[in-house]
Design a protein around this ligand. Structure first.
Ligand code: ZN
Length: 620
C-alpha cells in the first residue's frame, strides 16, 4: 500500500466505523496453540483454511454481496472448532462436510468484529458459510455517479477482509481460491486472481488464484471497465474515458517488471496488471496480487508519478511473497517495498531521480518523527487493542527504508542484493516476523561486528532515528532550497525561479517548505505566475493547498473544495482537513466534509471523522 501521512491531532483511539456503536470488550485471550500470536485475528492454529471456493452475487442496487464461502480446511488432532473473523456480516446457514451445524458468534470487539466459532472434528474437511454483507461493509465502496455505470471496489488491508468474507484474517494464514461471481449485465468483475480481459454477456465470471494469499489480499472490483495490454504480461484496466490516458501513462510498466526481476528474481504471479479506480479510492495503490488497484491521482499526464507503480509492483516480492506475520511487523512489508521501489526507480530513471525521492522520503519521515509519540516510532510496533491502521505511516515505510539502506551501505550493494534475492526465494509464500528477519540477517549477512555497528536492536526497538542513519543528498533539491531562501528573502523574484523546468519533486520540495508567514500577496503571486491551482500533478497540487491553507490564502478554497470532492485518497484528504482545522477554518472544513463524506471510503471517513469530531453526538 502507498504510504499515508501522519496527523497531528488524531487521538490514539480511532473509531473503526462511525455508523456502528461498538462496546469496549477486551481482546479475548488466545489459546496456547496459536500459531504466532496475532492480536488482530481470532484464528487458531489447530484448524486453518487452505482453499476457498467463493460463490457470490454482487447487487449494485442494494449495495450488498450475497455469497457462500466454502473452505477446505486443515486440522490438528485436538481441533474441536475452527474460528474465523467476521465484522458486520449476516451469517446464514453453516455446514461442515455438508451437514448443517450450530455456530456461535463471539462478542463484538472494537476494530476486530465478532469471531465465528464453528464446531468441527479433527477429521472434518470442509466448512461452508452462507452470508450477506451489510450495506455499509467497511471494505467496500459503492460508487454511484449520475449518468455512469455503478462501480464497486474492495480495500481489505489491514483487517477489513472480514467485513465482506468470513475468513481467518491474519497475514500469517494463506489460502488459494477460486470464485464464481455474478454481476449486473454490462459490468465486468475483476479480482486478485486470473482475470477476464473482456466482459461476459451473462455477467458471470470465474476466477482462479493458484498462489496462496493472506486474506488482506482478497480483492474485488466491479464496473464498466475495459482492458488494454502493454505487453504480453502487463496491461491496464480502466473506464473507457480514462483507458488511453492511463495506457500512455503506464508505458514503462513492462520495463519495471523486467528491472524488478533482474534485481530480486522471477516474478511469481504470472500477470501484472493495474486497475485504475475512481477518485474515491482511499490509497495511492493496493498491491492486490496480479492486479494492483490504483488511484487516478497518479495520472499526472507526464508519467511523473509512476514511482507508485514501482512501489506496488515491488510488493509482489515484499509483502505478497514474503508477508509480515502480524501488523506489528508491518515495516517488513513496507520498508522493504520502499527500498525495492527506490532500486527500480534508480535502475529506470537514474541515481539523481532516486535520490530526490529518497530525500523527500527523509523530509516526510522527519515530519512524522516530530509528530508521533515516541513508542509509535519503533520499527516493531505494539498495536494490541488498537486499529492496525495506526501503524500505517512513515515509520514502517521510510524508517524501514533507511534501516535497509543503512545495512546496504555497511555491507555493500552487491552483497546486500544477493542476500535479498535469496531471502525472497527462500521464504516465498511464507510469513516473516521481525525477530525471524533479524535472525536471518545475523546468520546470513552480518558478522557480529557489523551487526553491532549498525545497532540492530536500536533500529527495531527504540524510538526515533539512530545517528548512523544513511544520509541522502540531492543536488537538485539543494538548489531548490537555496533558491527558495533567496526568494523568501526578496533577493530574487518569481521570474528568477526555474519553475517550468522543475520536475514535480523540485516543485514539491519548494512548495512544501515555503514559509507560510510570508505576505499573502507574495504567496498568491505564485499562483498568478505559475497557475498552480490548475496543475495536473496531484502531489504538487496538494503541497500548494497545504501552503495556501496555512497562509490563509482563501482565494484557492473553491479549488480546494473541488479537489476534495473528487479525490478520496487519505494521504491528501486527511492532512488538508487537518490543516484547515489547525489554521482556524474548522467551519470551512465541516461544510466541505458535509458534501464529500458520502463519497469517501470508510478508511478515509474514519480518519477525517476523528479529525472533525464528526458525528460525536450520535456516538455518545
Ligand atoms: Zn506499500
Amino acid at each position: 500500500m502507498q504510504r499515508a501521512l501522519v496527523l497531528l491531532i488524531i487521538p490514539l483511539f480511532l473509531w473503526s466505523c462511525s455508523n456502528q456503536k461498538e462496546t469496549t470488550h477486551s481482546v479475548p485471550p488466545m489459546k496456547s496453540s496459536a500459531l504466532s500470536f496475532d492480536p488482530h485475528s481470532a484464528a487458531q492454529s489447530n484448524a486453518i483454511v487452505k482453499h476457498l471456493n467463493w460463490t457470490a452475487k454482487v447487487d449494485t442496487e442494494l449495495e450488498m454481496i450475497f455469497a457462500t464461502a466454502n473452505y477446505t480446511i486443515q486440522t490438528k488432532p485436538d481441533a474441536e472448532e475452527i474460528v474465523l473473523d467476521t465484522k458486520n456480516l449476516n451469517i446464514g446457514e453453516v455446514r461442515v462436510d455438508g451437514k448443517k451445524v450450530k455456530f456461535t458468534l463471539g462478542e463484538n470487539v472494537p476494530y476486530l468484529g465478532r469471531a465465528l466459532h464453528i464446531p468441527i472434528e479433527s477429521s472434518s474437511k470442509e466448512i461452508e458459510i452462507e452470508y450477506v454483507t451489510e450495506a455499509n461493509a467497511e471494505a467496500l465502496l459503492w460508487v454511484k455517479t449520475e449518468g455512469q455505470a455503478p462501480f464497486m471496489f474492495s480495500q481489505s488491508q489491514a483487517i477489513l477482509a472480514r467485513t465482506w468474507l468470513p475468513c481467518q484474517d491474519s497475514p500469517s494464514i494463506r489460502f488459494t481460491y477460486s470464485a464464481d461471481v455474478t454481476v449486473p449485465e454490462g459490468l465486468i468483475a475483476l479480482m486478485s486472481a486470473e482475470n477476464p480481459q473482456q466482459k461476459s454477456e451473462s455477467g458471470k465470471y470465474h476466477f482462479e488464484m493458484k498462489q496462496p494469499i493472506p486474506a488482506y489480499l482478497f480483492a474485488l472490483a466491479v464496473g464498466d471497465l475495459s482492458f488494454k495490454s502493454l505487453d504480453e504480461r502487463t496491461g491496464v484496466y480502466a473506464t473507457s474515458e480514462v483507458l488511453d490516458f492511463a495506457h500512455a501513462e503506464f508505458q514503462d510498466m513492462p520495463n519495471m517488471v523486467n528491472v524488478a526481476e533482474e534485481l530480486y528474481g522471477a516474478y511469481a504471479w504470472e500477470r501484472y496488471d493495474v486497475l485504475v479506480l475512481p477518485g474515491a479510492f482511499p490509497f495511492g495503490g493496493m498491491e492486490n496480487p496480479r492486479l494492483t488497484f490504483a488511484t487516478p491521482t497518479i495520472l499526472a499526464g507526464d508519467k511523473s508519478l509512476v514511482s507508485l507503480i514501482a512501489h506496488e509492483l515491488a510488493h509482489s516480492w515484499s509483502g505478497n511473497l514474503v508477508t509480515n506475520a502480524t501488523w506489528n511487523d508491518f515495516w517488513l512489508n513496507e520498508g522493504f517495498t520502499v527500498y525495492f521501489e527506490q532500486r527500480i526507480m534508480e535502475s529506470l530513471y537514474g541515481k539523481s531521480k532516486a535520490e530526490m525521492l529518497a530525500t523527500l522520503a527523509r523530509q516526510d519521515l522527519n515530519a512524522t518523527l516530530a509528530e508521533l509519540p515516541a513508542e509509535d516510532t519503533h520499527l516493531k510496533l505494539a498495536l494490541e487493542n488498537r486499529n492496525p491502521d495506526d501503524g500505517m505511516n512513515d515509520i514502517a515505510y521510510n524508517k524501514g527504508y533507511f534501516f535497509l539502506r543503512t545495512i546496504e551501505e555497511k555491507v555493500g550493494r552487491e552483497k546486500f542484493d544477493a542476500f535479498l534475492k535469496n531471502y525472497f526465494q527462500s521464504h516465498a509464500f511464507g510469513v516473516m516476523t521481525t525477530e525471524g528477519f533479524i535472525d536471518i540477517l545475523t546468520s546470513e549477512l552480518l558478522n557480529t561486528e557489523e551487526a553491532e555497528v549498525i545497532g540492530l536492536e536500536k533500529w527495531i526497538y527504540s524510538p526515533g532515528l539512530p545517528s548512523n542513519t544513511a544520509t541522502v543528498e540531492s543536488g537538485e533539491l539543494n538548489k531548490v532550497d537555496a533558491l527558495r531562501l533567496m526568494w523568501e528573502g526578496e533577493e530574487i523574484q518569481n521570474n528568477d525561479l526555474p519553475w517550468n523546468n522543475w520536475s514535480y519533486q523540485e516543485r514539491y520540495r519548494f512548495l512544501s517548505n515555503v514559509n507560510f508567514n510570508l505576505s499573502l500577496s507574495k504567496i498568491q503571486s505564485l499562483d498568478a505566475d505559475f497557475h498552480i491551482s490548475k496543475i495536473g500533478n496531484s502531489e504538487v497540487l496538494f503541497a500548494w493547498f497545504m501552503l495556501s491553507i496555512q497562509a490563509k490564502n482563501e482565494a484557492v478554497f473553491a479549488d480546494l473544495a473541488q479537489f476534495l470532492e473528487k479525490v478520496g485518497r487519505r494521504k491528501f484528504v486527511a492532512p488538508l482537513f487537518e490543516a484547515l482545522v489547525i489554521s482556524g477554518y474548522k467551519s470551512v472544513a465541516v461544510n466541505i466534509y458535509l458534501h464529500t463524506r458520502p463519497f469517501y471510503h470508510s478508511v478515509t471517513q474514519n480518519t477525517v471523522d476523528e479529525l472533525l469530531e464528526w458525528g460525536i453526538e450520535e456516538r455518545k
